[in-house]
Each structure stands twice: as C-alpha cells, then as structure tokens.
Write a protein that binds this ligand. Structure first.
Ligand SMILES: Nc1nc2c(c(=O)[nH]1)N=C([C@H](O)[C@H](O)COP(=O)(O)OP(=O)(O)OP(=O)(O)O)CN2
Ligand code: ZN
Length: 125
C-alpha cells in the first residue's frame, strides 16, 4: 500500500452551537486550520506516482477561495466542527480531483490546533 499526502492551510473563525453553558468553543474564535489530504493506492502509475503532488493543489485553491478568512458559520450549512469539515473536504476531493483507478481511499484530516484533529475516509466501493 502506498500513501501520498499534502497539507494546506487557511485561517477562519467559527463558533459552535449546542455546547454546554460556558463552553469556550461557543464563543466566537478563530483557528489556523491545517488540512491534510492522503491518497492510498495498491500500485503506482507511471512514472512511479500515486498521483503528482501538483494535482492535489486544486484542493488548496478551493480552501483558499471558499474558506480563507471567512466566518465558517456563514459559509457552511453544517456545524463547523473538524469532523464535518473533514467529511466536506473529503467529498470535495472525490468529486473534483482526477483520481486514478489505483487510488483506493481518500482521507482528509482537519486540525484546528496542534494537538487535535479529525478525519474522514472515503473508500472506493
Ligand atoms: N470532536 C471535536 N471536539 C471539539 C471540536 C471539534 O471540531 N471536534 N472543536 C472544538 C473547538 O473548535 C476548539 O476551538 C478546539 O478545541 P480544543 O482542542 O479543546 O482547543 P485547545 O487548543 O484550547 O485545547 P487545549 O488542549 O485544552 O489547550 C472543541 N472540541
Ligand atoms: Zn474552534
């Protein structure tokens, strides 16, 4: 199994609803988000790539255009948790990146801080 990965970053604010009274994340605050996409493949395509790293850059463009310096509650229809962002970004990758047949899984990991992350994985049916 081969895995390649690339990390992109954006800055955004959010607040989380439905938390207990006084929870710090219910207040308006911001994060430097790190978004890491991973592609798994059982074999390589010429010239020995899972995929050219450069072909992952549309994800970075999408993140910058849609989310950088935005208030996530204004631009998402779901609660802006790391888990929901990870699923949204994974589904975007599956729908927009030129995935070779060799790619068996796409995983996106979202970090709001240096000590925590959430991820979502798509597996080829
Ligand atoms: N499962 C999840 N839990 C939390 C999420 C989330 O998206 N998924 N988000 C938050 C808040 O957005 C918060 O800003 C980040 O949480 P946390 O790691 O607790 O932040 P700190 O860096 O302040 O953590 P410390 O290790 O306590 O310093 C909360 N939970
Ligand atoms: Zn937060």
């Amino acid at each position: 199994m081969f895995t390649i990965s690339k990390t992109f970053r954006f800055e955004a604010s959010h607040r989380l609803a439905g938390l207990p009274e006084g929870h710090k994340c219910a207040r308006l605050h911001g994060h430097s988000y790190a978004v890491t996409v991973e592609l798994d493949a059982d074999y390589l395509d010429p010239p020995g790539f899972v995929m050219d790293f450069a072909q992952l850059s549309p994800l970075g463009d999408y993140l910058k255009i849609a989310f950088d310096h935005q208030h996530l509650n204004d631009v998402l229809t779901v609660q802006p948790t790391s888990e929901n962002l990870a699923r949204l970004f994974t589904e975007w990758c599956v729908g927009h990146l030129p995935l070779a047949e060799s790619v068996s899984a796409v995983t996106v990991r979202v970090s709001e801080t240096t000590s925590s992350w959430a991820q979502y994985r798509w597996r080829r049916p």
